[in-house]
Design a protein. Structure first.
Length: 308
């Protein structure tokens, strides 16, 4: 199966020109060793081995930041398959299209030393032609974002057809048509975090001023929002649901919380959860009654016209 990825070529795309001219993509993350023969099929195994290596070089970083760095390194070196499509921004609003064409290689003492050869397609996609959903995925602060769920739209844009496809349905939503504007809920919550009740105790996780706690990747899917208490002692997993949340969301957030507890929490940190939805039902309440460290919030959206 062909996958699609958005890959940053250095901070703020500073190495885009070199990569386009040299026919490669790569990452650094200050792991200064050839990883040939050290790339397991599962990224969790890679992270367990190399998170300590990363933290030794960058002791000021957290396990959460280290997990992202090592996960991105594994994705570029091993997770990307031959034939996968890459969208790489150049900083001007253009996303250059390429196809992975070679195996992992290490170029010591060069920029982005952990590399993959790429056949650039001499095509680019203008950000202004993307749907809001694709823009959101491409605008992530993460080094690598999986765009496979937008494959139909990307294929059309590659062909010059500007007819963005809507995002896919969420199988845990029982009434996906309840409120059309909810596709913007996550971005709205992140943008207006300081106005929410949760902001009194928690901050969305950041690294060097960039929000990395939005769509934080795990082996069971991305966490909508990962936050940390202001005293640093509690991690908060937030799951957003459109319309009426079904009881399946409780199992989903429990899996995310288990991952965070096992892979990301520092010594002494606890993990809590929040489900945010437009409505709930008795099944959700029954399920949450035996999960005391998960809270439920309903949100309200108002729409008002103001005459001039």
């Amino acid at each position: 199966m062909k996958n699609y990825h958005r890959l940053m070529l250095g901070a703020k795309s500073i190495y885009a020109a070199e990569c386009l001219a040299g026919g490669f993509v790569g990452v650094n993350f200050e792991i200064h060793q050839d990883l040939t023969g050290q790339l397991p099929d599962e990224w969790r195994e890679f992270n367990k081995k190399f998170i300590p290596v990363f933290l030794e070089a960058r002791p000021e970083k957290t396990k959460i930041a280290a997990g992202l760095a090592c996960g991105a390194l594994w994705t570029v070196a091993k997770g990307m398959q031959l034939g996968d499509i890459l969208l790489c921004p150049d900083g001007s609003g253009q996303y250059h299209l390429g196809q992975v064409s070679g195996p992992y290689e290490y170029k010591e003492n060069e920029i982005l030393p952990h590399r993959r050869a790429v056949q650039w397609l001499n095509k680019s996609i203008d950000r202004s032609d993307m749907s809001d959903a694709l823009k959101g995925s491409c605008g992530s602060a993460l080094t690598v974002s999986n765009l496979t769920r937008h494959s139909m739209e990307i294929d059309k844009l590659m062909a010059g057809i500007i007819t963005p496809e809507p995002g896919g349905e969420d199988s845990t939503v029982e009434d996906p048509s309840a409120f059309a504007l909810e596709k913007h809920l996550e971005d709205f919550l992140v943008t207006n975090w300081s106005s929410t009740e949760l902001s009194h105790e928690y901050d969305i996780f950041q690294d060097n001023g960039d929000i990395i706690g939005q769509q934080y990747p795990t082996d069971t899917g991305p966490i909508d929002i990962l936050a940390v208490s202001k005293d640093g002692k509690r991690l908060l997993v937030i799951e957003l649901k459109k319309g009426r949340a079904s009881d399946r969301v409780v199992g989903q957030i429990a899996r995310y919380m288990g991952y965070v507890k096992e892979e990301l929490a520092e010594n002494g940190q606890t993990v809590e959860g929040v489900i945010i939805a437009l409505e709930d039902d008795k099944r959700v309440r029954w399920a949450l009654s035996v999960v005391p460290n998960v809270k439920f919030y309903r949100y309200q959206v108002s729409f008002k016209l103001v005459g001039s």
